[in-house]
Design a protein around this ligand. Structure first.
Ligand code: NAP
Length: 323
């Protein structure tokens, strides 16, 4: 696999073009500001009544209604929550002239058929591999964030060049761009969210904390051990890789990890990971996401309430009152 770097990318496919950024949230704000600072003509399309409208105007951007924004844009990036993309696309489609391009930062809605773009449109994906806040701060520091780029539909014959130019304008070429597909990006992303970093890791921190507290360790000490140290681990892995992280910790910690890790992450874990991957690939998770949207996020709201009220959070507040 080749990483495409900044100096290999032609900026011309985007020069003199107008980009509409629809949705001014986590990705929308960062992408709009990076594009603007790269000299691209940007307009923000934001629904009426949104608190993001004054924010975008304070950032110096022009804000209009989404339909108006896409009407004279060459490329419209649709950056609202994935489960709301089908309704947004239905609203925007009549305003998209033939031959225009639409783009996404996640492959889910297109890959799983939540929406089917008109055949005359170019359909791109530019997916920075991290949150918008980091995309923006890296850009401002003269650095960049790795991004995956893909083309779902190439009506013009110029879709790939446009996607690469867009990724370059985001600053991603400074770090490297990987050519992927909507399927590969969304399957790997959804799998990780559920089975690894965002799903399994927080739950294992909680299970560790509960185990120590049930054995009589104070809630604060258990928190420092089982939750706070994750930041140290992440920093070491980022700086040195997994192998370097293991060499950097004490012999005691390294031996403990070598003996304990495989007892926790056994074949059963791998089997359940494979089951999660299958449910991602089959679209079962995407169905769940749409059901959650239709219930006005009942499950998510309940879980957030439970997390906030948990004794683990109370221990954190006692340890870090201003955090
Ligand atoms: N967050 C990340 O770290 C990340 C990383 C890579 C890719 N992505 C992808 O980037 C895309 C955008 O995600 P995000 O996290 O940036 O979203 P987000 O922060 O939740 O963005 C919300 C924005 O979308 C608007 N919005 C919400 N519902 C809407 C609707 N029904 N109709 C029109 N506008 C609506 C919001 O407007 P209001 O102010 O009116 O609510 C707000 O401007 C998704 O495809 C996501 O998978 C996200």
């Amino acid at each position: 696999m080749d990483m495409i770097r900044e100096d290999q990318i032609d900026a011309a496919p985007l020069s003199g073009k107008r980009v509409a950024i629809i949705g001014y949230g986590n990705q929308g704000r960062a992408q709009a500001l990076n594009l603007r600072d790269s000299g691209i003509d940007v307009v923000v399309g934001q629904r009426a009544g949104s608190a993001a409208i004054p924010r975008a105007r304070e950032d110096g951007l022009m804000v209009v209604a989404p339909v108006e924004a896409v009407a004279d844009a060459d490329l419209a990036m649709l950056l609202v929550p994935d489960e709301h993309l089908p309704a947004l696309y239905r609203e925007l489609e009549p305003a998209l002239s033939p031959g225009r391009a639409i783009g996404f930062s996640h492959g889910l809605a297109v890959h799983f058929g939540l929406l089917t773009p008109r055949p005359d449109l170019d359909v791109l994906m530019i997916a920075p591999k991290g949150p918008g806040t980091a995309l923006r701060s890296l850009y401002r520091d003269g650095k960049g964030m790795i991004a995956l780029v893909a083309v779902h539909q190439d009506a013009s014959g110029r879709a790939r060049a446009l996607a690469l130019a867009y990724a370059k304008a985001l600053g991603c070429g400074r770090a490297g761009i990987i050519e992927s597909s909507f399927e590969e990006e969304c399957v790997s992303d959804l799998f990780n969210e559920q089975a690894v970093v965002w799903g399994a890791v927080p739950d294992i921190l909680v299970a560790g904390w509960q185990t120590l507290v049930a054995a009589g360790i104070s809630e604060e000490v258990a928190y420092l051990e089982c939750v706070s140290e994750l930041k140290l681990l992440a920093g070491l892995i980022e700086d040195r890789g997994l192998a370097g992280m293991r060499e950097a910790i004490s012999n005691t910690a390294e031996l403990g990890a070598a003996l304990g890790g495989p007892r926790i992450v056994d074949e059963g874990v791998r089997e359940r990971m494979a089951a999660i991957l299958a449910s991602v690939r089959s679209g079962a998770f995407t169905d769940e996401l749409q059901r959650e949207r239709d219930s006005d996020y009942a499950r998510l709201r309940e879980r957030r309430k439970g997390d906030r009220a948990s004794p683990l959070e109370a221990a954190r507040t006692r340890l870090f009152p201003s955090g």
